[in-house]
Design a protein around this ligand. Structure first.
Ligand code: AMP
Length: 302
């Protein structure tokens, strides 16, 4: 089953302690779609400006991503500039230029409206809601956000969360949104806003899943070298949703496996700047690392 996604398609300028990249391909929907395309079909709804090169369009199409919902309009593509210190879990935003996204009115092509799996990647919650308004009875609606929207559009975000089944958010943002330091307390507050499944991404410490009656913890893959964590969260979500859509199974047991696939995809993405590593990644490498994850967490009871 395919996934409908809305989110940013961007040019990123990023500096980490290990190097820098200027105006490279980025955006929440770009990372998400590329990652999910390893598992299932993806239908992308987003907007880019006239400065967005055909080679990037061809790259996304080459991954089998359906771009009928990607509009090219006069103006500039979304731009984000940020840096990371030695704590690679913490992105510091220097500049956010919404550009063509500030006047974007998303139109979901008719062929996408019955999408069973919908992912509202990080973008203005009002745009996320406009997409949700156009789809009919999805099996699973998931979404992500970031501090920019938690601080800028808190009411719209809370309105959106009432309509979401699964929410993925990073640790710092979960604390900011809930105003709780303990992640267990934060989870209770956030699930009170609507989502029945909450996944808190913790960068190099892995991910935690909360449901009304259970918790699940997955590690991150211990990598010797990390070049650029940008997009790790979206790549994680792409692997997670891609696996769920591929298996058409949203039981808790399967969501646990999907979290491991998400973690596998994120672990590859951080090995290089922009989407470089996802572009060279082979399905056999995904499977191998999935089994390494299993070995990493296996222990025998006495
Ligand atoms: P993450 O997976 O959290 O590292 O997401 C990184 C991506 O989010 C970058 O490629 C940025 O282009 C994109 N991004 C940054 N700020 C925003 C924002 N305010 N709205 C939507 N996308 C953003």
């Amino acid at each position: 089953m395919s996934i409908l996604v809305v989110g940013s398609v961007a040019f990123d300028s990023v500096e980490t302690p290990f190097g820098k990249a200027e105006e490279v391909l980025g955006g929440s929907a770009t990372y998400f779609s590329t990652s999910a395309s390893f598992f299932t079909g993806v239908n992308l709804v987003a907007v880019v400006g006239e400065d967005f090169p055909d080679e990037h369009i061809a790259g996304l199409k080459g991954k089998g991503i359906d771009l009928a919902g990607l509009k090219k309009v006069p103006g500039k593509t979304f731009r984000w500039k940020g840096y990371y210190g030695y704590d690679l879990n913490q992105a510091h935003t220097l500049e956010t230029h919404l550009n063509v996204f500030s006047s974007f009115n998303p139109e979901v092509p008719a062929a996408y409206r019955e999408a069973p799996f919908v992912f509202l990647a990080n973008i203005d919650p009002e745009l996320q809601m406009k997409v949700l308004d156009q789809v009919k009875k999805p099996k699973l609606v998931a979404c992500d956000t970031m501090n920019f929207w938690i601080e800028g559009k808190p009411d719209a975000l809370k309105e959106l969360l009432r309509r979401v089944d699964l929410f993925v958010i990073n640790e710092g943002e979960a604390r900011e949104l809930s105003k709780e330091a303990s992640l267990v307390k934060a989870a209770k507050v956030i699930m009170g806003y609507g989502p029945r499944v909450l996944i808190i991404k913790r960068g190099e410490y892995g991910a935690l899943m909360f449901t009304a009656s259970s918790m699940f913890a997955a590690p991150a893959y211990p990598l010797e070298e990390i070049f650029d964590p940008t997009g790790a969260g979206d790549t994680f979500a792409g692997g997670l949703m891609g696996y769920l859509a591929n298996t058409e199974n949203i039981t808790e047991e399967n969501i646990r496996r999907a979290i491991i696939y998400g973690s596998v995809m994120a672990s590859f993405n951080v090995e290089a700047f922009s989407l470089q590593r996802l572009h060279t990644l082979k399905p056999a490498e995904i499977k191998d690392r999935y089994y390494e994850f299993r070995r990493l967490t296996q222990f025998e009871d006495i």
